[in-house]
Design a protein around this ligand. Sequence first.
Ligand code: 2DT
Length: 212
Amino acid sequence: TSGSSKSRGALIVLEGLDRSGKTSQSSSLLKYLERLGHSAELWRFPDRSSNVGQMISSYLSNKSQLDDHTIHLLFSANRWERRSLMETKLKTGTTLIVDRYSYSGVAFSSAKGFGVEWCKAPEIGLLAPDLVLYLDIQPEQAAGRGGYGSERYEQLEFQRKVAQCYQDLYDASWKIIDACQPMEDIEKQLQNIVLDCVTTCQKGKPLSNLWS
Ligand code: 2DT
């Protein structure tokens, strides 16, 4: 069955360290869903296109400095400014594949030493994903993949802390995928899990909010 019925779309989030393959796998999933006739879009956070997004982008590329609390709240605001569009899309049957979401927000800021509860607080009330896919890779292996760019956070020592923080966030609902397998194997695994989730949402699984 295609996604063109009135059933809702699924909110699917990909998380993982830098260089874990999220971006390639997100595009591949989008193509897969489209081939099956589903309405789907690829989103990513930070969404650098808004005013808030431009402040974040400038911070990440080291063109500006911001207090750690401030940047955390900007990342969150950047999700809040997309929340209502996100809900509309989902309710009108579009599945969203989202490259990074609140978990990046919490993992990266708690890696700086903030308490997890403080990091989660501004995320409360954002839409909860129907599925979290974690592309699992050791920081050392990720660093070996053609190296990092020049953005803030793209450093092995910090990525090690982020990896630990992601681990503290995992719950049983996350699907952990070994990101060191051949690309096609990862694609296949993700496709099966995602299709299952899309079907469950079509059948009427209700939307909910973070952190429930
Ligand atoms: P990309 O390289 O994927 O564009 O990410 N980050 C991201 C945070 O610190 N908090 C957040 O809420 C989000 C969504 C992760 C840019 C960097 O921004 C970090 C990497």
